[in-house]
Write a protein that binds this ligand. Structure first.
Ligand code: SF4
Length: 345
């Protein structure tokens, strides 16, 4: 079925695929790589404006490699999964220093670079260089588990290996840039997670999940476990000129390198901190909930406005005062940005 599969998919793609995505214009390894990293866990419609702003600020790999990581994080604000942005920056520096600014052309070397796994490496090789390389992102996993009625959670090693083997068998020798885009488009626009459009699908006559009425059951869901919950108390501290105090989180861990509100493990810890600052006049704001892949977070923000006669609180490298017009120049986690927009700026 491999040649038929590719032919059917490509002829569907010629008529119905996406041909005008920003990274398909002036296509090169740098633009494909940035788009692929942004598209991990994120939909095309969300990515497009981020990609365009990113390319306007960093038109070449060398621009990205030379920029401070804070500028990269600032442009990433709202896209989530910030380790992607830090790895993107690190990878740009590695390619500049070790590969004279040119991405390697083979998947194995590419997959050793920061933030690039085997599927992203294959997407770069096939899309930027039009060479055969099998991808296996979330869309492709969904398409293949359905067409071949493969049961078992695709995150399991044995299932993942089965899918890789299939993806490699099905990859054609020609039109590789189009084939990669086609299989991603099929997953994103037709074989969608919810309400797939089987009646419009070019694979409907070969789809075993459709024949066996298993479409909604595949891919098999990840076994559920209850996520732990974490609570933190955050301080929206402003001075009499309406500057806000922010601290930069460590580069490793959740929201690494982003600027955040000072945070405490308990209300008591926060009140002790306020007492040290010589103020106790805090006002609770509505709580904000945020879900990470491995735990749920509840933020309890409190607002404190320091009076004009309050002494200046020293800054340090990681603790600074920001005016509202500076806020778009730094990376902020989305929930923190939301609190600032609602209750400060
Ligand atoms: S027929 Fe339906 S389930 Fe099968 S590949 Fe097409 S859209 Fe997916």
């Amino acid at each position: 079925m491999s040649t038929d599969f590719a032919q059917q998919l490509l002829s569907w793609f010629d008529d119905h695929g996406r041909h005008n995505l920003p990274w398909q214009n002036n296509r090169n390894a740098y633009r494909v790589w940035v788009s692929e990293i942004m598209l991990q866990q994120t939909q095309v419609a969300t990515v497009i404006p981020y990609f365009e702003r990113f390319m306007a600020r960093f038109p070449q790999l060398s621009d990205l490699a030379a920029a401070p990581v804070d500028d990269v994080l600032a442009l990433w604000t709202g896209l989530g999964y910030y380790s992607r942005a830090r790895n993107l920056h690190k990878c740009a520096q590695v390619v500049t220093e070790q590969y004279q600014g040119d991405f390697p052309v083979d998947t194995q070397t590419l997959a050793q670079l920061p933030g690039i796994g085997p599927s992203t490496a294959a997407a770069i090789v096939s899309q930027a260089y039009n060479k055969p390389a099998a991808i296996l992102d979330g869309n492709v996993k969904r398409v293949l588990t359905r067409i071949y009625a493969i049961e078992g959670w695709p995150g399991q090693k044995v299932i993942e290996q089965q899918l890789w083997d299939l993806a490699k068998q099905l990859t054609p020798q020609q039109r590789n840039a189009d084939y990669t885009q086609a299989i991603m488009d099929l997953g994103a626009t037709i074989c969608r997670r919810n309400k797939p459009l089987c009646v419009a699908c070019p694979m409907q006559n070969n789809c075993q999940a459709l024949a066996q009425e298993k479409v909604s059951a595949l891919p098999t869901r990840k076994p559920k476990k209850d996520l732990p919950e974490k609570q933190v108390w955050t301080l929206l501290l402003t001075d009499h000129q309406q500057n806000v105090q922010l601290y930069q989180r460590p580069h490793k861990g959740i929201w690494g390198g982003l600027w955040s509100l000072p945070e405490f493990a308990s209300l008591e810890d926060m009140e002790n901190h306020l007492a040290l600052l010589g103020t106790t006049n805090s006002q609770p704001l509505p709580e904000v909930k945020h879900a990470f892949s491995h735990y749920k977070l509840t933020l309890h923000p409190y607002r404190v406005c320091l009076p004009a006669n309050h002494g200046f609180i020293q800054e340090s490298t990681r603790l600074k005062w920001y005016a509202s017009q500076q806020i778009d120049t730094i990376g902020l986690p989305s929930p923190i940005k939301q609190i600032l927009q609602q209750y400060w700026a």
